[in-house]
Structure formats: C-alpha cells, structure tokens
Design a protein around this ligand. Structure first.
Ligand code: PMP
Length: 405
C-alpha cells in the first residue's frame, strides 16, 4: 500500500482484512465473495470459472430473473425514456413510468400511495430519517437490516435495540423510553439471514400500548409470504396492519429500487424530508419498467409464490430430518447453520465441488458460532433442481463431518 504518512492509520485495517481473506480463500474454489456469475436466463444455473453450477443463494424468489416479459418492458422503457433520468425526482427526474410504478406498488401492497427510491437501502435510510430525529426514539430488532440501523443512527434520534423477535423485551424497552417524542419501532418482516418472520400481531399490540409507530421492511416478504405474496400483513390474515411499509425492487422483483407506501399526506411530507429521495438521481427507466412489469406478473401469477412456499417447506423438512440445523426459518430463506466461520467456508467449498453454489455468511454478519450457508428457494428451481441441491448439500455435509454417514 501507499507508504505515505497520510495512510498510516488505515494500513493496519487494510492489512488485517487482506490477511483474513488469504486465510479463507487460499485456492480459487474457496472464493465466495465478489465472484462474477454468468446467469442462464431460463434456469437457476450460473457459469463461474468455466463451470456450470446450480445457484442456491440468489434472491429471485418468484423466478422472474431473465423473464422475457420483464426484459421486454425494460427495453421498451429505454426506447421511450432513454437510459437515465436527467435529475432528481423533485427537479427534472420524474417520468410517467415512475408514477405508474408507484400506483402499482400502492395497489399491490394495499395502501393509498407509494414513493419509489433508487434503492431499498435509500428507502430505509430516508424513511427512518424522515420519521425520527433529535428528541425521538427508534427501537430496532437486534437483527434488523443494516440500512435500518444506518437510517436510525443518521437520524439523530436515540437508538435502542430489543432482543430478536421478542415483543416482551420491546415492551420493557418502550416503557423505559421518553414518551414525549415520536417512538418508532422498525422490524424486518422476514429476516434475511434466518428466514424467520416478525410476530406482527404481538408487536402491534405492544406498539399500541405505548403509542409507538410500527414500520416493517418487506424486502424478503414481498412475493415470499402471504397467500398471494403480499407480505407480512397477508401472512397473518390481513387484519393487523403496520403503520409504515417499505420494501425493495431488487429481490422477488428483479430490478433495483426501493418503495414506501402510506397515505398521500404522509408521502407528500416524505418527498420533502427524505434526503436520499431529494438528493439522489431518480430510478432509471429500465429499472422502473422492469419493476412495474414484474409486479403485474406477480399479481397475475400467484402460483409462483405458492410453489416457492411449498418447495421451501419441503427443503427445510428434508434438511432438518437429515440432521442439518435450519434455525427458525419459516420462509424461502433457509439457513444451513454449521458453527464456525471455517466450517461454513469448508462446507461452501465442498458444495461447489458437488455442483451447487451455497454462499457462506460469517462473522460479523452473524454472531460467532452461527456461521451458515444462506440458501433461498425460488420459483425458478424445479423440483429436480431442488432434489439435486439436497443431494449435493447432504453429500458435502457428510464430507465435512457436519452430519453422520
Ligand atoms: N432491507 C433488507 C432486509 C435487505 O435485505 C436489503 C438488501 N439486502 C435491503 C433492505 C436493501 O435493499 P437494496 O439492496 O434494494 O438496496
């Protein structure tokens, strides 16, 4: 690295990361991060380093990545509006396609209005920052996504964490907060590393008891839970509502962008207070076109959702019957928890040799001793693909002595 004095404080951090990567990735087949995958459009297979592998760690839950109708909509958007937007939404950046997409997001999620951001990350940072500030309190589940944590920290509000999926602990935390400002509780509907679901009815009860707002992040819930993929409210029968719902257009919906839904008044306020909305370029036309078409397909083809739900339940069952730890997963995200970081790395390498990509998640993304492969079952995986993956995972797990012969 540059030897100048200006770099001296950074050098130990850079060296430590490089050392850790060398320890884990001492041969090409052990490389798991920043690998470039060439996807097949009509299957869940990818090509990497000349090998054809079955991808089991992607987030295309409803199998629309590579869908010809979605690609055609993205191309039509480019033909009509060009490749970029000439500004932020508040100035020259809004096109009719943004408004059509917002109307569809609002309709699909059952709210009056929607606003789309240029990423899910920006939607969370902007929304939390617009809802809470100095004198307010934001209460976060211990496993909330980083974009929620960052939004809370940037907001200037007091930030408190409560134990994962524990409404009683939230109750205690709320009882100890200052009741004079806004109190905002934020949870993920489905947790991205565990696949478990927030207990919406109990959280709603606790929030109502203390006069707190409840915000849910539907990133891994839209297209995944609820009978027609409408997320956590539908999952719990549709009666119990969150105050604020946000989500992304980069998981079940194969595009980019984030969304928030709510009343027209509230969104008008948000348009003028959410800094990532005000100060970052509008969603590109192709992204908006792809997202709009994907939501329309999701609406017309709910069988994609039920198929992935059924197949993920089967996958979970087979894996846990075989002795693998799938944690508290209740959704298409299924962790295979194997203990140490090294175990996860060895297991991922053995899976790859068996023809399957299962990507490891290690500390600090998960607590020490809970490293895992984070698997997602999607509508693009046929039953035969899933059976092949099951065989590969179990063969690799036996080789790595994670389960018995
Ligand atoms: N929320 C959750 C729960 C997520 O998992 C992610 C992405 N990993 C985001 C928000 C951010 O979404 P995006 O990648 O679209 O910015």
């Amino acid at each position: 690295m540059n030897a100048s004095a200006a770099w001296q404080h950074l050098e130990p951090k850079v060296a430590a990361i490089n050392r850790r990567i060398d320890e884990l990735e001492w041969e090409p087949s052990r490389r798991n991060n920043f690998v470039s995958y060439r996807p097949e459009m009509d299957s869940p297979y990818v090509e990497v380093d000349g090998e054809r592998l079955l991808m089991m760690s992607g987030y295309g839950y409803i199998g629309l990545g590579g869908d010809e109708r979605v690609a055609a909509a993205a191309k039509a958007a480019i033909d009509q509006y060009g490749t970029g937007t000439p500004g932020v939404r508040a100035l020259a950046g809004t096109i009719p396609l943004h408004e059509e997409l917002e109307a569809e997001v609002a309709r699909f999620t059952g709210r009056e209005n929607a606003l789309v951001f240029s990423s899910g990350y920006a939607a969370n940072v902007g929304t939390v920052g617009a809802l809470a500030g100095a004198g307010d309190t934001v209460l976060l589940d211990k496993l909330d996504h980083a974009s929620i944590v960052d939004g809370a920290q940037l907001s200037g509000a007091t930030v408190t964490r409560f134990r994962h999926n524990d409404p009683r602990h939230l109750d205690l935390r709320l009882a100890a907060t200052n009741p004079s400002g806004t109190r905002l509780v934020v949870v993920d509907s489905v947790y991205s590393m565990d696949g478990d679901i927030a207990p919406l009815p109990e959280l709603r009860e606790v929030c109502d008891k203390h006069g707190a707002l409840l915000m849910v992040d539907e990133a891994h819930a839209l297209g995944v839970i609820g009978a027609t993929g409408r997320g956590i409210e539908e999952h719990f029968g549709g009666e119990v509502k969150a105050d604020i719902k946000v989500g992304t257009l980069s998981k079940a919906v194969p595009s980019n962008g984030g969304w928030i839904v709510g009343s027209a008044d509230f969104l008008q306020y948000l348009k003028r207070h959410a800094r990532p909305f005000l100060f970052s370029a509008a969603l590109a036309p192709a992204q908006a076109g792809a997202a709009l078409e994907s939501l329309r397909i999701l609406d017309r083809e709910p069988e994609r959702v039920t198929y992935a739900q059924r197949e993920s339940a089967r996958f979970r069952q087979v894996m846990s019957d075989a002795g693998m730890n799938t944690g508290a997963s209740q959704s298409a995200v299924v962790p295979l928890i194997v203990g140490s970081d090294e175990n996860a790395w060895e297991f991922a390498t053995a899976c790859r040799k068996a023809g399957v990509v299962g990507l490891p998640v290690i500390t600090p993304a998960v607590p020490p001793g809970l490293a895992r492969l984070r698997i997602a079952i999607t509508a693009k995986h046929s039953r035969a693909d899933i059976d092949f993956a099951i065989d590969a995972f179990l063969t690799a797990a036996r080789q790595c002595h994670l389960i018995g012969e």
